[in-house]
Each structure stands twice: as structure tokens, then as C-alpha cells.
Design a protein around this ligand. Structure first.
Ligand code: CA
Length: 229
């Protein structure tokens, strides 16, 4: 299972505790920081999948931190949700201009917070290219969502399609299930590693009538590989 790591940057212990509780309850992994220093220390250890950033922090404000996070190559693409007690439109715009992806006002309902987190993570899910790929007798067209196996149109589900597209654009390399999940599903919750096996099975079943199922190889103890050899 791949679990998104959410870094909570909040100086008030009671609110930090509440955030951590809700985040963990929703199945995410909560990392905590109370100020700028501890935030950067956490990032050094692990770049999170999302940062929940309080506006009012001691010394360096959340707005300044958001700008710094956007300027740092490690955290440039990490989504940020600003957390603030100030509900004015002007502040919301300031937060978004500083590089935040979304904005939530205290007091917040845990359900709203989780909905925002999920929405932001979904928007940052990996984007696959729109180029047609042809390899090993398969032709895949992302725009029309068509797959031709030795010239025959085959019918596969959207997940199998993304899976096939990922493998065809990364051939001859072995990917562990967790890596496949991150690349194809994104860092979402509640997706178990065996889900990958299920979709691989379906994909092979669709390719089998054309003798192309062996393109998707199981590498024992490691994961899967798309190989034309
Ligand atoms: Ca605060």
C-alpha cells in the first residue's frame, strides 16, 4: 500500500494534534513540524506528498514559507494547503499568490479538510503523455483511448489503459508494485499492492488472444516489466 505523507506545519499543539488525528484517521501518514526550522528538517528526511501550512507561525510566516517552498527544487511541485484563521478574500488571494494550491479557514470541519486534501492530491496525480506509443505489436493512442493489438482493436478498462501506457513508455525496466501504484494511481490512499496484480491479470487476458501477454513479465521478488525480448 502506498500512503501519502502529509506534513503538518502548525505551532499550536492542540490544532497540530487535531490535524494529525484527522489525517491519520483518513489513512494518511502525518509528519509534524511546529516552525520553519523543524519543517525544513522534516523535508530533508522526507519530501512529503502534501504540506498543510499554517499562516501564523512564529518567526517566519506561512506566506513566506510557501514562497520558499516554491523556490526550492525539492518542494517546488509539492502541493500546499494554507491554514488560517483569517477568512478575508484578500488573504486568500495572498495565499494563492504565494504558491498555495488551496486555502482552508479555521475552525475547519475534519470532513472539509479531508475533502480538500484528497482533491489536491488527485489534481497532482501523475499525468501521462498524449503521444501515440507503438511497441511490441501494440499501438496505444491516449487521445482516442484505443489500443490496437497486432492491428486489432482491443477493449480494456481505464486503469488497464493507464497501466499499459505507463509500461509501454517505460519499457525494459522493472517496477515494484509500490512504484507502479505511485506512477499509475498516484499517491492515493487505500490502494493495496495486490490491486496492481489484479489489473496486470486483466491486461494480460486482453492481450493473450494475440499472443502479446508475454510482453508483461513478472520479475519474481521484484515486480513487473514490459519487455519485447
Ligand atoms: Ca499558528
Amino acid at each position: 500500500m502506498t500512503i501519502a505523507n502529509i506534513l503538518l506545519v502548525e505551532d499550536e499543539p492542540a490544532i497540530q494534534e487535531l490535524l494529525a488525528f484527522n489525517v491519520a484517521q483518513a489513512g494518511f501518514n502525518a509528519l509534524r513540524a511546529a516552525d520553519a526550522d523543524s519543517m525544513w528538517k522534516q523535508i530533508q528526511t522526507k519530501v512529503p506528498d502534501l504540506i498543510l501550512l499554517d499562516w501564523m507561525l512564529p518567526e517566519t510566516s506561512g506566506i513566506v514559507l510557501a514562497k520558499q517552498l516554491r523556490a526550492d527544487s525539492r518542494t517546488r511541485d509539492v502541493p500546499i494547503i494554507m491554514l488560517t484563521a483569517r477568512g478575508e478574500e484578500r488573504d486568500k488571494i495572498l495565499g494563492l499568490e504565494a504558491g498555495a494550491d488551496d486555502y482552508i479557514t479555521k475552525p475547519f470541519s475534519p470532513r472539509e479538510l479531508m475533502a480538500r486534501i484528497r482533491a489536491v492530491l488527485r489534481r497532482h496525480a501523475p499525468v501521462l503523455s498524449e503521444d501515440v506509443v507503438a511497441l511490441g505489436g501494440i499501438e496505444l493512442s491516449p487521445v482516442t483511448h484505443r489500443v490496437l493489438a497486432k492491428g486489432h482493436n482491443i477493449d480494456i478498462g481505464p486503469t488497464e489503459f493507464r497501466l499499459l501506457q505507463f509500461f509501454m513508455t517505460h519499457p525494459e525496466r522493472v517496477y515494484a508494485r509500490a512504484q507502479v501504484l505511485d506512477q499509475v494511481w498516484g499517491t492515493q490512499v487505500f490502494v493495496e499492492e495486490r490491486t496492481v496484480d489484479v489489473h496486470i491479470r486483466r491486461l494480460r487476458a486482453a492481450l493473450e488472444p494475440f499472443g502479446l501477454d508475454s510482453l508483461i513479465q513478472t520479475v519474481r521478488g521484484s515486480g513487473y516489466r514490459f519487455s519485447t525480448h
